[in-house]
Each structure stands twice: as structure tokens, then as C-alpha cells.
Design a protein around this ligand. Structure first.
Ligand SMILES: NC(=O)c1ccc[n+]([C@@H]2O[C@H](COP(=O)([O-])OP(=O)(O)OC[C@H]3O[C@@H](n4cnc5c(N)ncnc54)[C@H](OP(=O)(O)O)[C@@H]3O)[C@@H](O)[C@H]2O)c1
Length: 303
């Protein structure tokens, strides 16, 4: 008798597996894959990406659009509005009109602009489901006491207070959702926030601040369903070094010679992976290196 019960149970499990693996409405057997599950979970969501005009932000917008092409809203923000408009047109050309893209000029370092930002959006765009806090920058490689005050201020106001301000602007709508609130806050930190290096003290300090803010926020929101996620890339080839060296392409290119850096798409895939997990799964903290990186720059002074 126990054998009969076990085989009945086995048949029940098998038939429920078959039912879930078959798309009954079309009568076609479609196997549920991780990609199809992610696509379904993202459907209907509104994604806000800061720093979407270049590098990781731009790649993240494209990756979201390709993953959930049937029904998604993506708000692209940065200071270069023309570039955002071009990216929006490219996305629509590639994936069609199922993805609505709204390019909006936003300087996250400007607190007043951030405060007014949501009010300025059309009403149907104001409930953000996923915020990707990606806007960030580095200026120069100066060491104390030679660091320019203007460089300190722009790194702090973009990478730290900008990220905090936009998070505070978006959270109230997330918190109104059932179960004490729902949504994803995905912060792009850096290996620099975990392992500081010479010539990067302010940038490293900003990314350490992002890390502390992110960890506190996750604790602050523990009673809600808001997922607070940090992704820390190692070296990614983007405009990042070009900005650091004030547009000097030779200096920027030299950063990425002799090894194969990550591409912005490598990070974008991980952002979408995190946002596409089952609601109860939080990829709280990730460190992503290219294969030939294992930390920041070495710190031994040899005579
Ligand atoms: N590349 C790397 O090796 C690396 C490694 C670890 C972490 N990260 C982090 O990854 C994030 C993205 O950087 P990336 O590598 O993709 O560099 P990127 O190509 O230079 O992109 C940076 C983006 O941030 C935007 N931005 C800069 N200041 C802004 C401001 N005040 N307001 C709004 N947007 C602003 C830029 O757009 P506009 O100029 O149009 O405003 C641009 O879209 C940053 O947070 C960076 O710290 C990068």
C-alpha cells in the first residue's frame, strides 16, 4: 500500500509539472525557463534609471527592454537629454512599442531638481517599481591636500546626496503599496567602496557612503517588501575614465589596457537578474570583477 500511495503522489506531481510547463491558452507546450519567468515578473513595471545616457545605465535600459518587451515603462534620466532621446529611439526600433520610454533631463546633484522631478512626470509614470541608482562619476586622481574643492563637491553631490535624494523622492509611492510597501532600489556602488585606493580618496569615500546608506536602508525597510540591492562592479569600460581624465582619451584607454575589463552589458544583465528574482528573493549585495581583477590597486610602497 505505501508503494501505491507513493506512485499516486508521483503521478500527481508529474501532472502538475506538465500543467505549469504548458501554455494552455495557446495549446503549445512552452517550458518555463529562467528567462521567461524574469520577463513575466517584470511585465507592467515602471523602471527609473539615473545616468542612463552612457555606460552601465544605457546598457541597463536596453537589457530591461529586451527582457520584457511586451509591456514595460522605462524612464531614462541624465543631464544629456539629446543622448537620452537617441537611446529611447534605438530601444523602440529594436524592441517595438511594447516598451514605453520616457527620456527626462535630471541632474541628480541638484537637490531642487530632484525634488520637483516626480511632480513633473505624467501621472501614469509616477509609481516607480524599480529604481536603478546608477548616476555617478569620478574626477581626477589628486591626493590630499591637492584635491580641488569643486571636484570634492561634485563627486559628493552626485554619488552620495544625489543618490539619497532620488531614493527619498521615489520611496513614498513604493511605501503606499500593500504589505508595507513594495519595489526595488538597486544601487550601483563599486569595489572602490570596499577597498579604497591611492588617488581615489573622494570617489572611494562616496562609494563607501553608498554602501553604508544601502545597508541602513535595507534595515530601515525590513518590515516592507521593498528590496534594497547593491551591485559593486570592478573595472568596466565606459565613459567613466574619460570623465575622470577630463576627456583625455589616451589616459582613459590606458586604464583598460593589458587586461579585459567588464562591459556595461555584463553589469546590466546582473541588474535585470536582481530585479527579476521572485519577490521573496533579495540579491542584497554583489561584487562583480572581470576575470583578471581581484581587488583595487595594490598598496605596498617599495623603496
Ligand atoms: N566604469 C567602472 O569601472 C565602474 C566601476 C564601478 C562602479 N561604477 C559606477 O557605475 C555607475 C555608472 O558609471 P559608468 O561606468 O557607466 O560611467 P559613464 O559611462 O560615465 O556613465 C555615467 C552616467 O552618469 C550620468 N551622470 C553623471 N553625473 C550626473 C548627474 N549629476 N546627474 C545625472 N546623471 C549624471 C552620466 O550622464 P550625463 O553626463 O548625461 O549626466 C552618465 O549617463 C557610476 O555610479 C560609477 O561610479 C563604474
Amino acid at each position: 500500500m505505501p508503494i501505491l500511495r507513493a506512485s499516486t503522489q508521483f503521478l500527481r506531481t508529474l501532472s502538475s509539472f506538465k500543467a505549469s510547463a504548458t501554455n494552455l491558452s495557446f495549446g503549445q507546450p512552452t517550458i518555463r525557463t529562467m528567462a521567461s519567468a524574469v520577463s513575466k515578473r517584470l511585465e507592467g513595471k515602471t523602471i527609473l534609471i539615473t545616468g542612463a545616457s552612457s555606460g552601465i545605465g544605457r546598457a541597463t535600459a536596453v537589457e530591461f527592454a529586451k527582457t520584457a518587451p511586451k509591456n514595460l515603462k522605462i524612464i531614462l534620466t541624465a543631464r544629456r537629454l539629446d543622448t537620452l532621446k537617441e537611446i529611447a529611439a534605438t530601444i523602440n526600433k529594436e524592441v517595438g512599442e511594447g516598451v514605453k520610454v520616457l527620456p527626462v533631463k535630471l541632474d541628480v546633484s541638484n537637490a531642487a531638481e530632484v525634488r520637483e522631478f516626480l511632480k513633473g512626470l505624467p501621472e501614469e509614470w509616477r509609481e516607480i517599481d524599480v529604481l536603478v541608482n546608477n548616476a555617478g562619476m569620478v574626477k581626477g586622481t589628486a591626493k590630499a591636500p591637492e584635491i580641488l574643492e569643486e571636484d570634492i563637491n561634485i563627486m559628493m553631490s552626485t554619488n552620495v546626496t544625489g543618490l539619497i535624494n532620488i531614493t527619498q523622492a521615489v520611496l513614498p509611492a513604493m511605501m503606499k503599496k500593500p504589505d508595507g510597501g513594495k519595489g526595488d532600489i538597486i544601487n550601483i556602488g563599486s569595489i572602490a567602496g570596499r577597498e579604497p585606493y591611492a588617488g581615489g580618496s573622494i570617489y572611494c569615500a562616496t562609494k563607501a557612503a553608498v554602501r553604508a546608506f544601502t545597508d541602513s536602508l535595507r534595515r530601515d525597510l525590513i518590515a516592507s517588501r521593498v528590496r534594497v540591492i547593491e551591485i559593486d562592479p570592478g573595472a568596466v569600460e565606459t565613459e567613466f575614465s574619460l570623465v575622470r581624465f577630463g576627456g583625455d582619451k589616451a589616459k582613459a584607454d590606458a586604464v583598460y589596457t593589458g587586461f579585459e575589463p567588464l562591459t556595461p552589458e555584463d553589469i546590466a544583465e546582473h541588474v535585470v537578474y536582481c530585479a527579476g528574482r521572485r519577490e521573496n528573493v533579495v540579491i542584497a549585495d554583489s561584487l562583480i570583477f572581470p576575470n583578471q581583477q581581484a581587488g583595487s590597486a595594490p598598496a605596498i610602497h617599495k623603496k
